[in-house]
Design a protein around this ligand. Structure first.
Ligand SMILES: [Zn+2]
Length: 354
């Protein structure tokens, strides 16, 4: 299933119209067939008066397939949401409102902007387990825009970002085992990341970020900034960088920062200070799912709450990252649901088409 979604065209073939999107939402909401949230009744009819809404035969409660998702009460077609979510999730750099408007022939920039903002709010990595093992931590400064206007000039300086990245052993694909302090980590990959804007690089801000994002016991590889020591639960492995380029001992976090800066300038022409957390969440979300972007559209649509997130380890545990586990599970459920719907008797004739 996932492979078929790889391109926008394939995605659009899978979700060509409102009915196919609504059916998908129905199956996500009721994988075992309709169940009334009020009385648990399993018999329903599809309303003609309200789009995508089912009425319980037993108690009359009406439930929309979009309830509890960001699509609820939308005036835009479901296809627009689905296609926009696919673009946001799969495009390696994400999509600005401007790009979304062009790709989907949206009528106005305002519509595109609101759509992008709503989708972006869902882009919080659902797999928030703390980073583990050997973790590079560092800070960087980002240019930012004071105004939302993309043409307003960039100001450089005050926006301070702290980031962390797991170091992965390339040979095993698993967390790098800690070595003696100061010893080099060679032949590694980057794992999951976290990024946060902090008001200053004073110790309390840095310690709060570390505690919120990194599991106790981890080895923190840093540039030896004075704010890092003093957290008892972590093993601190400072690298004295001096005149050496900082990207040598802190290779992965510096690569993440470089990607973040290129992305913010390329896609957004600089980040708007007010929305910095949403932008960072989006970047982290996309980075941490970079091996399976095409299955992320459901998360972007706000549908992930019902499903167990696919973890980084689910993917890297297999040698071939293209053999994802999640789409297989979805396929199984899809088949179950198709028969379940018939057995549970979604009675209205329209249901077959929806
Ligand atoms: Zn009911």
């Amino acid at each position: 299933m996932a492979r078929k979604y790889a391109s926008l065209l394939e995605f659009q073939r899978r979700f060509p119209d409102e009915a196919s999107c609504a059916l998908f939402l129905f199956e996500r909401r009721w994988p075992e067939g309709f169940a009334c949230p009020e009385c648990g009744g399993t018999r329903s009819c599809l309303l003609k008066s309200r789009a995508y809404t089912y009425e319980c035969i037993a108690c009359g409660r009406q439930t929309s397939v979009t309830a509890g998702t960001i699509l609820h009460r939308t005036k835009l077609p479901l296809t627009t949401w689905f296609w926009a979510a696919h673009l946001m999730a799969t495009h390696s750099n994400g999509m600005s409102a401007q790009q979304l408007m062009g790709q989907l022939d949206l009528g106005s920039y305002k519509t595109a902007w609101l759509l992008a903002q709503k989708l972006r709010r869902s882009m919080i990595d659902p797999n928030r387990d703390p980073l583990e093992g050997v973790v590079e931590v560092d800070q960087t400064e980002m240019p930012f825009r004071a105004a939302a206007d993309p043409d307003s000039p960039l100001k450089t300086g005050k926006l301070l970002i702290i980031g962390a990245v797991e170091v992965i052993d390339r040979a095993t694909g698993k967390a790098q085992k800690p070595k003696a302090l100061g010893q080099k980590y060679l032949d590694t990959l980057s794992g999951r990341i976290r990024l946060t804007a902090i008001p200053s690089n004073h110790a309390p801000h840095i310690h709060a970020f570390i505690k919120a994002n990194i599991a106790p016991g981890a080895t923190l590889v840093t540039d030896g900034h004075a704010s890092y020591p003093g957290i008892a639960e972590y093993r601190h492995d400072p690298r004295v960088i001096g005149n050496m380029a900082a990207h040598i001992p802190l290779k992965w976090i510096h690569r993440v920062f470089a990607l973040l800066k290129r992305w913010s300038l390329g896609t957004y022409h600089g980040l708007h200070r007010q929305h910095i957390d949403a932008y960072l969440n989006e970047f982290v979300f996309r980075y941490n799912r970079r091996f399976y972007r095409h299955v992320s559209f459901e998360t972007v649509l706000g549908l992930a709450a019902h499903s167990a997130p696919v973890s980084y380890w689910d993917i890297t545990g297999k040698q071939n990252p293209s053999k994802e586990a999640a789409p297989v599970r979805q396929n199984v459920r899809r088949r179950k649901t198709a028969s379940g719907m018939r057995q549970d008797g979604v009675e209205h004739a329209d249901a077959e088409e929806t």
